[in-house]
Write a protein that binds this ligand. Structure first.
Ligand code: HEC
Length: 135
């Protein structure tokens, strides 16, 4: 009986590990992609003190949501800037975290992210916009 329980616990842990292609939260392992590793090591918050109140409110939802499965730093420092980058990524996370990410959380996080990208990552945003407009 004891052996069966051990077998089940080990099996379940292995199944959880197999699902995470990149760093498992709490595992202490760095993500496989060095770019993502760098993002994880950057600042883990955004100074929103000069943003309008409604955006500051949405930041709370963003910070809450995007820090759930990995460090919030990853979400803060990533190179997503264009509206469609954010839409694609947030939709992917909604599928991944079934039930965890409600449509309302997704909408508010998206609205925060596209506002923030145009200010905090202005140069990258403009560069990507130009690249996207090239034929
Ligand atoms: C349901 C869990 C979950 C939530 C919630 C989540 N992430 Fe992720 N995220 C992951 C996993 C797992 C990975 C590892 C790579 C993969 O499988 O896509 C990842 C990878 C990333 C990456 C690395 C680049 C890439 O495309 O894989 C970025 C950037 C990122 N997340 C940002 C965010 C942001 C911003 C939010 C909030 C809108 C967020 N994450 C919310 C689970 C989550």
């Amino acid at each position: 009986m004891k052996a069966l329980i051990v077998f089940l616990v080990v099996g379940a842990s292995a199944a959880i590990l197999a699902q995470a292609p990149q760093s498992l939260p709490g595992s202490g392992l760095p993500p496989l992609d060095p770019r993502v590793d760098k993002w994880d090591k950057g600042p883990d918050k955004i100074d929103v003190s000069r943003y309008p109140p409604d955006i500051r409110q949405k930041y709370k939802v963003f910070a809450d949501l995007c820090g759930q499965c990995h460090s919030l730093a990853r979400a803060v420092n990533c190179d997503f800037v264009l509206d469609e980058d954010w839409e694609r990524y947030i939709k992917r996370m909604m599928r991944r975290g079934k039930g965890l990410v409600t449509p309302e959380m997704a909408r508010q996080s998206y609205e925060f992210a596209i506002y923030d990208s145009k200010i905090r990552k202005k140069d990258l945003y403009e560069q990507r916009l130009k690249e996207a407009a090239k034929p």
